[in-house]
Design a protein around this ligand. Structure first.
Ligand code: GUN
Ligand code: ZN
Length: 436
């Protein structure tokens, strides 16, 4: 597959990518036991396929990195994460609302300081790369300078990041409050400056319905209408107390989801974190509008929010992705996120295969975000964001994977036992950006 003539570097390893969703198609996985991945001078995939077939097509002097004991997959895509919460990960609370009040808001206050924002942005991106995450959909703090810091760091490393300044003009401490007018002005300026600049993309980010006035939601509607290709991200139906609060604040809305719907915030590239306490009508509406549910299992278990319903999601065919939700989530690792997603699904009597979890964290996320022409696959022409997984990263992993004689068993061991130690290296645009 592809045009190997433009190859600058090549990798010989086990290779896995997807041409479809393993839930629908038994042939969805594209796997080569002895594969070759060729990268061109622009940092795109030049060719991808079976080593024996592709090798003779490469120029004789092309360097080939031998890593036959490793597995190369597309870089992970974390579709819900808060970078200002990096340092307060694992802060105890009795549930979402007290956790926000006692830990999250004070931590986010510090992002008023540009130097602090730049320091945490650098560390946050190091954490993503060490965990094999090459693209993330990131919440910044309410301060526009926090988004500037994140985008500047991502641009410096040529990573495809999607991020936005949080909007909240009520029910939060005065030191974190913006207004409908400043939300409009600051978001518009950030979109102008960053959306489509290099690999950066903007996400309009109203925190969640309770912290925005109707005037601010109207401002969101206007911004979204003016910029049809930006992303939108918010939280939805995460926790019972939150759902009850939304019903009190928006008595005219049929449901929590309906609040966002009334402001035309359900559309392709709109991504809602959690989506636990929805009804059938909500799920059908998500599916119809192509809105995306970002399932964040480590967060949902940690905060006791509830169990995402995989069967109900599948029945409506709504778009589903995975997110870490750090710092409500307890790990930056998408492998650990798969581990917990598998158990959440199991609690609901749903078997989530390892193949499907790897799909959800790569090609599936790219498809849900309508970015699969650029990231999330190893198809020729894609931006070469990929990771090298080490099946023998720990003594236990080495023993377990030595017994794994088929792909599903190997991936299942990575998903259940793996973490940042499993990521031998991370590449973005064909350049190595992390090595363990
Ligand atoms: N709902 C509103 N804000 C947040 C947040 O920062 N984290 C989580 N998990 N839920 C939220
Ligand atoms: Zn969140």
């Amino acid at each position: 597959m592809g045009d190997p003539r433009s190859t600058q570097a090549a990798y010989r390893a086990r290779l896995l990518t997807f041409r479809g969703d393993p839930a629908d198609d038994a042939q969805a996985a594209v796997y080569f036991e002895d594969g070759l991945l060729a990268i061109d001078a622009q940092g795109k995939v030049a060719a991808f396929g079976d080593y024996a077939q592709l090798r003779p097509t490469l120029a004789a002097e092309t360097p080939i990195h031998e890593m036959r004991d490793k597995l190369i997959v597309p870089g992970f895509i974390d579709t819900h994460v808060h970078y200002p919460q990096t340092e307060m990960i694992a802060s105890p609370a009795s549930g979402l609302l007290p956790w926000l009040e006692n830990w999250t808001f004070p931590a986010e206050r510090r992002f008023e300081d540009e130097a602090h924002a730049a320091d945490v942005a650098r560390f946050f991106i190091d954490q993503l790369l060490a965990n094999g995450t090459t693209t993330a959909l990131v919440y910044c703090s309410v301060h526009p300078q926090s988004a500037e810091a994140l985008f500047a760091e991502a641009e410096k490393r040529d990573l495809r990041m999607i991020a936005g300044k949080v909007l909240m003009d009520r029910h939060c401490p005065p030191y974190l409050r913006d207004t409908a007018e400043s939300a409009y002005r600051d978001s518009s300026a950030l979109i102008e400056r960053w959306h489509g600049r290099g690999r950066q993309m903007y996400a309009l980010t109203p925190r969640f319905a309770p912290t925005s006035t109707e005037a601010q939601l109207e401002a969101c509607e206007a911004i979204a209408r003016e910029h049809p290709d930006i992303f939108i991200q918010s939280h939805l139906a995460e926790n019972h107390d939150e759902v009850k609060w939304v019903a009190e604040l928006f008595p005219k809305s049929r449901s929590y989801l309906d609040v966002y719907d009334r402001y035309a915030l359900l559309r392709p590239r709109s991504v809602y974190g959690h989506c636990i306490h929805l009804d059938g009508e909500d799920r059908s509406r998500m599916a119809e509008t192509h809105a995306v549910a970002a399932h964040c299992p480590t967060s949902n278990l940690f905060l006791g929010s509830g169990l995402f319903d995989f069967d109900a999601a599948a029945a409506t065919r709504m778009r589903v992705t995975l997110g870490t939700d750090v710092g409500g989530g307890t790990s930056f690792s998408m492998l650990q996120t798969m581990n917990e997603a598998h158990k959440v699904a199991r609690m609901g009597g749903h078997h989530l295969s390892a193949l499907r979890m790897f799909y959800l964290a790569t090609t599936g996320a790219a498809r849900a975000l309508e970015l699969d022409d650029r990231i999330g696959t190893l198809a020729p022409g894609s931006e070469a964001d990929f990771i090298v997984l080490d099946p023998a990263a720990t003594p236990l992993m080495a023993r377990r994977t030595a017994l794994a004689d088929e792909l599903e068993a190997l991936l299942f061991a990575f998903a259940l036992l793996g973490d940042d130690r499993s990521i031998a290296a991370t590449y973005a645009m064909g350049r190595r950006v992390h090595q363990r």
